[in-house]
Design a protein around this ligand. Sequence first.
Ligand SMILES: Nc1ncnc2c1ncn2[C@@H]1O[C@H](COP(=O)(O)OP(=O)(O)OP(=O)(O)O)[C@@H](O)[C@H]1O
Ligand SMILES: [Mg+2]
Length: 499
Amino acid sequence: MDEIVLKAERMFKEFGSTKAVTDVTLELHRGRVVGLVGENGSGKSTLSSMIAGVYPPTKGEMTYKGQPYNPKSVLDARKAGIQYLTQEQGTIDGMTVAENMFLGEEDEMSKAGLVSIRKLNERSRKILIENGLDYVNPIKPIEHYSFEDRKMIETARSLSHQPDILIIDETTTALSQKGHERIYEIIGEQKAKGTAVLIISHDLEEIQKLCDEVVILRDGKYITTLYGEDIEPQKMRENMIGREIKGSYYRADFECSYEDEVVLEVKDLGLEGVFSDISFDLHKGEILGIGGLSECGMHELLKTIFGAIKPTSGSVTLANGNISLKNTTVSVKNKVAYIPKDRDKESLFQATSIKDNIVTSTLDKLKKGIFILPKSEKKIAQEQADKIEVKMQNIEQMVRDLSGGNKQKVVIAKWMANDSKIFIMDCPTRGIDVGVKAKIYKLMDTLKHEGISILMVSEEMMELIGMADRIITIKDGRVSEEFSRSADLSESKIISAIV
Ligand SMILES: Nc1ncnc2c1ncn2[C@@H]1O[C@H](COP(=O)(O)OP(=O)(O)OP(=O)(O)O)[C@@H](O)[C@H]1O
Ligand SMILES: [Mg+2]
């Protein structure tokens, strides 16, 4: 069954002076799962986008099922049987679920030139049910649903016509455990049906588990393809970065260390139907980890602590000055930073420059008298962007033109520029490549030693064990256990406290 479905040959894509993809050849075969890995900005989404009809290549040729293939649009590619689940939100605000599901296919469903809304809704409902999304109402506006639900609706749509090629771009890391598993299930089913699958992910263990072969890109260029035994995280990492990674990835010490001073007090915090009775102190210079399954309430907990959601009970108080964090304005003013899990949507102005995004939280610092000095604005933005290695042309570039992982970095840079004293981080390394991940861990360690406190939610147990002084686990919206940093803390100990 080694039939080639698609061959993309000697592909190039340039955006102005950026060479996003340079001379890459890729083959997709029936019933084979191919992984596409590389650092942030290495060209993975660009290559997929050309296959999926988002934009044409600058140069290169594609053959699909033996015929020359030049999709004019995403719809064109979809009609031909190529489905692309993008890294970002793939559904459109202002339309219903059903309209999103049949976007561009209305002609098939129209009766005497009119789309039958009833038919549209009925078919949507059927597809939703087939995909375990019984709770989604096709006539509701799509905004009514969470990022995860929207991704699953998009997934259901992509499978409503059996695809020949399914491309999944960094989707799993944005989803809960349940969402992951559903995607893995789909990949298995599609493979069995003979679909050619292309999957992009920074979770190298996931790639190892799922893929038959792995193509590695670096700086837009093809590096190598790994097969069989060679598909393992260390080999992939080396090829992605082009050198061995030495030294420890996480914190080197195994001491639980922080100062006695309490900086943030969370007391009996509750949010009806989500979490309850949550109490803990965050200390100066402490990295406090919170672990749990994605749906245990921990993401909402962080949002509530930051003041973005009003709790139904309890309080969040900054010990210094006894200030209650009752809304986000108070939090930002008091140097509390929040890095959400869903960064694209919650904290970036896509149509604005990198510089402006970084300096939005720092206006105080820049105001001398009442004037903002454009020079210092530039300097601060440049410094922070460099510190975390945002891959960009320059700081005037629009955020929307950055690769997914580089957008995430801009959010982190933005909060660093604000001299924050407390960092609330929700899955800070989601979607970020291994090299920069190591940098973020180093940065967290440096911040800790400068007396800054970090409250971090993570779904990666190794990240919690590797970085936190204390770990609080949450199960079904309640604290289930607390662990102190130590050399013999194991992943299984924590997992047993969260499931
Ligand atoms: N529309 C665009 N305009 C200008 N530059 C772009 C555009 N899209 C992508 N780029 C640039 O092309 C390069 C490759 O980006 P791409 O999105 O393909 O990376 P990626 O490998 O998917 O990274 P990530 O893991 O962060 O998602 C980056 O330098 C990015 O800034
Ligand atoms: Mg990408």
